[in-house]
Design a binder for this molecule. Structure first.
Ligand code: ARG
Length: 267
């Protein structure tokens, strides 16, 4: 670790030490302002399940890459993370944050200009692109090739809007969550499905009858969202993400969920 990258780690350790023992809902954040939490003593996260390996249920526990990222933030605030599972539409529209259902939204959610109007994003923490899932043996490798066929899309996602723009003459079939979309493709209810590359590659690992036939280079980046104007919490998240990259915890968590070290540009 370079001397330059070691500095923020020390700074955060000092802030964490200050925060330890602080029991009220207000914690003094590194951004200067106070961080107030919707539920006292907890960092409440809105997410939409299942979206492995970012968030999914393992038994009774909700686990995943995003869960581990937000756990780092929670522990820097000296509170525990509590996760609320709620439809993606209310997350991406900013409604859940604006009605104080949660402090943060972490849902493999892509930073977009439209969403930025209704909520605020942290610095990017993950790169993604849209990809195409089919069952093996099907010829679909492009959206043009799906003309007259059925393409599964997930409601309210960037995959859905990409398909609406680029899949001309393709019948879009909307699903409320990723699991329903994946099952539709696997069982032949639709000819293909579009979603983020990370979740699709995770699925084909355990479903050898399915395959990812294309990536569309949409150049997406995931961000953790806070309600508009919650700069204290947003800055805290950014500081935690920065430290996680510097101190190796980002790489450790990446490896835990993706099995490999991150490409330097993938974070
Ligand atoms: N990255 C895509 C988007 O932001 C899909 C996210 C879906 N996430 C989820 N947890 N269901 O639109």
């Amino acid at each position: 670790m370079s001397a330059r990258s070691a500095l923020p780690v020390i700074a955060v350790a000092a802030v964490s030490a200050l925060l330890a023992g602080c029991t009220s809902t207000k914690s003094s954040g590194s951004g200067g302002g106070d961080i107030s939490l919707v539920n006292s003593g907890k960092l409440t996260t809105c997410t939409h399940l299942p979206y492995p390996p970012f968030q999914s249920k393992q038994g009774k526990k909700i686990v995943g890459f995003d869960v581990d990222m937000v756990d780092l933030v929670a522990s820097a605030l000296d509170v525990k993370q509590e996760i609320v599972d709620t439809p993606f539409e209310g997350i991406q529209s900013g409604e859940d944050l604006n009605t104080n259902q949660c402090d943060v939204a972490a849902a493999g959610m892509t930073i977009t200009d439209v969403r930025e109007k209704n909520l605020d994003f942290s610095a990017p923490y993950f790169e993604a692109t849209q990809a195409l899932l089919t069952t093996k043996g099907k010829p679909y490798k492009t959206l043009a090739g799906l003309k007259g066929k059925k393409l599964a899309v997930q409601q309210g996602t960037t995959g859905e809007s990409y398909a609406q723009k680029h899949a001309k003459g393709v019948k879009l079939v909307q699903f409320e969550d990723l699991a329903l979309l994946l099952t539709a493709v696997k069982t032949g209810q639709t000819d293909a499905g579009i979603n983020d590359n990370g979740v699709l590659y995770d699925y084909v690992k355990d479903n050898a009858d399915t395959t990812v036939t294309a990536e569309f280079d949409t150049g997406e980046q995931y961000g953790i969202a806070v309600r508009t104007g919650n700069d204290a919490l947003r800055k805290k998240i950014d500081a935690v993400l920065k430290d996680a990259r510097a101190d190796g915890s980002y790489d450790r968590i990446y490896k835990k969920w993706f099995g490999t070290a991150p490409k330097t540009d993938a974070r």
